[in-house]
Write a protein that binds this ligand. Structure first.
Ligand code: FAD
Ligand code: SF4
Length: 524
């Protein structure tokens, strides 16, 4: 009996007993102030931070990772969306922009960062965009497609990147594929970090089978096995510097009484806290440039829900298995499948009271597809009293692209047999046939009338050669402060038009490799 139990109970790389003893300190249990030291201190354990940690630890440096969120283990993941939002989403998913419309900016706040709660999509950046960083922003060969190639390949091998298999597509993805074929538009089977996905369509609550190769079960534990150490529930407050060189990080441990942690950084501090939180850390650390927080960009997302006669079973299949980049170059949007759990679908369905209940009971016949716009608007992150205010308003052109994308999605839905489409756009009626599509032409362009969100975030501490117009230099070092590096998408001069995790990791890997070759930063 016990032998059988041993056989059927899987172990996960994030199980306590699988990790080197003493490699993780849970800051939420700390009772007193502490000090520590390492060659490199890395702030943030998401796509960028975990990638940098693994690279530097493998190269033989001592590394300490500081992560503000808790480490929710694979065996603690459940199907409950609200539970996941409480434990792993920043501000429970309720962090809002300030501007013409308040819409949510969604991020992970846990070990693995947003990768723990994302859909594992792994696309390389369009080569034209990386080329434009050189020509339009003076990156002068710092990040080229040729440089990234090797890093993409290494990531793809170690994180098992593969296209979604037929067996796990699920009906919502098959219908999307059928729609692109019927309408003669290009559709792509999505590539993901996948070690044997069993099609539970629940990537957003964390993968319960450990098959999604997010940072919490890959590069973070792997870094710890290479000798790195980590503090969880440890919020980095500021970087200390002496004679123009970063020397240590001050953090607050998120335990009663707020004990302090100070970690000396012998070779440098790497900020990888995301495009929303990185500017605040830089400001609090005395980086005076007025460029910090500027040029913040996103991919703007809206989605459409539809009911079908046939059973769709949105909870079966890869969470996101198909997308279409057909309009990517010409109109700066892509369309994609986004499976939603019932809790999130409920807010997208029409009706109240018994009508809403009836529609919810019809969950098995509903699906949700999204439009992702490479928005031209630029916002600004304002770090204010320890919080990060996101000032951002889409431009009228961005909204016209959202509207156009939603219209295209409606065409795709009817082409694949939708019975009804429920636009979550103020003033837009439920649509029951393709004859009604023209209603989109007169739909509002006011962002307040749309259900918008963003989770692809860029550019608030841009890289560039000139300290007057950028924050991070071509050596990944903050202008004017030696030994302080930025490796997340804050340094990207622009957004990408494609899901960013893969590029963020490739750039972080490239940056970590360059940093490892630098001599010890000197004082003053
Ligand atoms: C729901 C969702 C789905 C997505 N789906 C995809 C997808 O399928 N494919 C894709 O390419 N992209 C996807 N993305 C986007 C992708 O996950 C992010 O672009 C990527 O993870 C960003 O990497 P990062 O390292 O900059 O930030 P994150 O991965 O968000 O990590 C930053 C980490 O830093 C920590 N941190 C912040 N401030 C501090 C501080 N002061 N002290 C200590 N730690 C701190 C945070 O808690 C967080 O854990 C998705 C995002 C979300 C939210
Ligand atoms: S869809 Fe696949 S990768 Fe996503 S949570 Fe389910 S099993 Fe894991």
């Amino acid at each position: 009996m016990s032998a059988q139990r041993k056989f059927t109970t899987p172990t996960f790389p994030d199980d306590w007993q699988m990790l080197p003893e003493g490699s993780v300190v849970d800051g939420s249990r700390a009772t007193r102030d502490a000090t520590d030291a390492a060659d490199y201190v890395i702030i943030g354990s998401g796509a960028a931070g975990a990638t940098a940690a693994l690279h530097l630890a493998t190269a033989g440096f001592s590394v300490i990772l500081l992560e503000e969120g808790p480490w929710i283990r694979t065996r603690q993941f459940g199907a409950d969306m609200l539970g996941a939002m409480k434990t792993m989403f920043r501000e429970m998913g309720g962090m809002l922009t300030v501007g013409k419309a308040a819409f949510p900016v969604i991020q992970g706040r846990c070990v693995g960062g947003s990768t723990t709660i994302n859909s594992a999509i792994a696309w390389r950046a369009p080569e034209k965009i990386i080329d434009a960083w050189d020509t339009d922003f003076g990156l002068d060969g710092t990040i080229t497609n040729a440089d990234l190639e090797q890093h993409y390949v290494e990531l793809e091998t170690s994180l098992s990147v593969k296209p979604v298999d037929d067996a796990i597509l699920g009906i919502q993805n098959q219908l999307f594929n059928e729609a692109t074929i019927k309408l003669g538009i290009r559709g792509e089977r999505i590539q993901r970090y996948d070690a044997g996905c069993d099609a539970s369509a629940s990537c957003l609550t964390g993968c319960r089978t450990g098959k999604k190769l997010s940072m919490n079960i890959t590069y973070v534990p792997q870094s710890l096995h290479k000798g790195a150490r980590m503090y969880t529930s440890a919020k980095a407050l500021k970087v200390e510097s002496e004679y123009g060189r970063a020397t240590a990080v001050q953090a607050r441990l998120l335990a009663p009484g707020g004990p302090r942690l100070r970690v000396v950084a012998r070779r440098g501090v790497i900020v990888a806290a995301s495009a929303v939180q990185t500017p605040g850390i830089l400001k609090r650390s005395g980086v005076k440039s007025d460029q910090v927080g500027k040029h913040f960009q996103v991919h703007l997302v809206s989605s459409l829900t539809a009911g079908y006669h046939q059973v769709v079973n949105m909870d079966q299949g890869a969470t996101q298995g198909f997308n279409s980049t057909h309009y990517g170059e010409s109109e700066r949007f892509k369309t994609e499948v986004v499976s939603l759990p019932p809790e999130l679908l409920a807010v997208r369905l029409p009706g109240v009271g018994p009508d809403l209940m009836r529609n919810l009971l019809d969950y098995r016949h509903a699906l949700n597809w999204g439009v992702v716009v490479r928005a031209e608007a630029e916002g600004r992150i304002h770090p204010v009293l320890g919080t990060d205010v996101i000032a951002y308003s889409p431009t009228p052109t961005d909204m016209a692209r959202i509207r156009r994308g939603l219209r295209k999605l409606s065409e795709m839905m009817f082409a694949s047999g939708a019975k009804e489409i429920w636009p979550s756009v103020q003033g837009m009626p439920t649509m029951r046939s393709a004859d009604e599509l023209k209603a989109w032409d007169s739909a509002s362009l006011d962002p307040k009338d749309y259900g918008l969100m963003a989770s692809h975030l860029f550019g608030s501490a841009r890289m560039g050669p000139d300290a007057k117009s950028s924050v991070v230099g071509l050596d990944f070092q903050v202008h004017g402060l030696r030994g302080l590096y930025v490796l997340d998408s804050s340094l990207f001069p622009t957004n990408l038009g494609i899901n960013p995790q893969h590029t963020i990791m490739a750039v972080a890997r490239l940056g970590a490799a360059r940093i490892a070759e630098l001599p010890l930063p000197s004082r003053g």
